[in-house]
Design a protein around this ligand. Structure first.
Ligand code: SAM
Ligand code: SF4
Length: 436
């Protein structure tokens, strides 16, 4: 039996792709091992969203250039798709290069490897198929991920994803519901629907469900108590999604809605297809919802041509919306992307300064917002136990971390739902006491 090791870089989509790849390998008779040293086959599932992420995998490959003798190395994911055959030149000890749009072909590609082929590739993006497998090996015992749409048809000027993950293709609603039912049967009560732009989901079967309909139907599967989804694109985010969250308590009251910039001028240069005002309309829908919806976002600072006034507009947007949390990134030049051709690149030190200013402002906002939770009782799904502090780690429907002590009981709470009264709040988490 052949042994394999896999390391995953990047986003949740990649992490879940790896769960499917691992399931496929196990079904093919391979055995997973926890270290590179023990493995005959070494897989890196890679990310190329920013330059740093891409460099990580080449550093990793470099590490094993000399002491990887006798092992077979495979590069999967976005760097594989982006660099293609060039990886064999940069890292001659690599034998398989395969992008996510070709994972359906992995069993065939593995046979080619087994027969001694030293340059095996799966790089076609010309597909209308999604990577559906009955063999997914799930890492998270509490939350199960379900891919509903792969690829991306947008062309944001800074982004490599359309080049690395191919065109958009949705799974049928029936197959998503079947997977959700199966997960509920296996004991999962929380699922997260995944896609680069879940809002443009469109059921390819005659049922033709849109995203809000799919979401509602997933939320009604018996046994499912929490449904999350990521990522939303503001252009395709419609009011029906907020209405669905309002109507169905199983749909978590948290929306991640990446804005990227608070300046309409920069949004246009980024080819994001919405203005600041249009974005704000979506925020209003959420702020007017019956259940308070936590809103989080992604911001890129230092996009080519971003002036001090543009950056100020982003800071003003943060003050106005008061996000529950943000992911801030310095703009990174990516191969093939339209923004490469733009003049007026912002110096690295200036990008760093803007990122720090952004993060400091957001920290103040989070301290203020989280303080409002003190005294409230929140339902938590218990996801872990911190031995060092003796606290359970809970997650609220709004996706906030709530650490709590449960006095005088050694019950195993993992995977259970408990009510917790919030007694303290920090910028990144809440703390409290279990009340049931
Ligand atoms: N599809 C999602 C969307 O449209 O927001 C997520 C795409 S990406 C995996 C996650 C985030 O990375 C983006 O929202 C963006 O903020 C950031 N990102 C993408 N390309 C980038 C680049 N070239 N430089 C810096 N950040 C980038
Ligand atoms: Fe990239 Fe834009 Fe597609 Fe998101 S919507 S994956 S940022 S191109």
């Amino acid at each position: 039996m052949k042994t394999f090791y896999i390391e995953t870089f990047g986003c949740q989509m990649n992490a879940h792709d790896s769960e499917k790849v691992v399931g496929t390998l196990l079904a093919e008779g391979y055995q997973q091992v926890p270290t590179v040293e023990e493995a005959e086959l070494v897989f890196y599932n890679t990310c190329s969203i920013r330059d740093k992420a891409e460099q990580k995998v080449f550093n990793r490959l470099q590490q094993f250039k000399k002491d990887g003798k006798g092992k077979t190395f495979a590069v999967l994911g976005c760097v594989a798709q982006q660099e293609g055959d060039k990886i064999f030149e940069k890292a001659p000890h690599v034998s398989l290069v395969c992008g996510s749009a070709s994972y359906n072909k992995l069993p065939e590609l593995l046979v080619q490897l087994e027969t001694g082929n030293k340059r095996v590739t799966g790089l076609s993006l010309d597909t209308d198929q999604t990577f559906d497998t009955p063999f997914t090996r799930r890492d998270n015992p509490h939350r199960a991920y379900i891919t509903i749409i792969e690829g991306c048809d947008k062309s944001c000027a800074y982004c490599v994803v359309p080049f690395t993950r191919g065109p958009e293709r949705s799974r049928t609603g029936a197959s998503v519901i079947a997977e959700t039912r199966e997960l509920a049967g296996a004991g999962y009560s929380e699922v997260q629907l995944l896609g680069q732009n879940v809002n443009s989901y469109r059921d390819p079967s005659p049922a033709g469900w849109d995203f809000a309909t799919l979401l509602t139907n997933v939320g009604q599967v018996p046994g499912i108590r929490r449904v999350r989804f990521t990522t939303s694109h503001p252009r395709d985010f419609v009011k029906a999604i907020v209405d669905a969250i309002d109507q169905h308590p199983s749909l978590c009251n948290h929306v991640h809605l990446p804005v990227q910039s608070g300046s309409s001028r920069v949004l246009e240069a980024m080819q994001r297809l919405y203005t600041r005002d249009e974005y704000m309309r979506r925020i209003e829908w959420m702020k007017n919802a019956r259940r308070p919806i936590a809103i989080t976002t992604d911001i890129i600072v230092g996009f080519p041509g971003e002036t001090e006034a543009d950056f100020e507009a982003t800071l003003a947007l943060l003050r106005e919306i008061e996000y529950d949390s943000i992911f801030g990134f310095k703009y990174s030049r990516r191969p093939n992307t339209p923004a490469l051709a733009l003049a007026d690149q912002i110096p690295e030190e200036e990008k760093t300064r803007r990122l720090l200013v952004l993060q400091e402002l957001q920290r103040d906002i989070q301290i203020r917002r989280n303080a409002d939770y003190v005294g409230r009782v929140e339902e938590c799904l218990v996801e872990g136990f911190n031995k060092a502090t003796g606290q359970w780690i809970g997650r609220t429907s709004q996706h906030k971390t709530l650490n709590f002590l449960r006095p005088a009981s050694a019950d195993d709470l993992l995977g259970k739902y408990v009510d917790v009264r919030v007694t303290r709040a920090g910028p990144n988490s809440l703390a409290g006491e279990c009340v049931n």
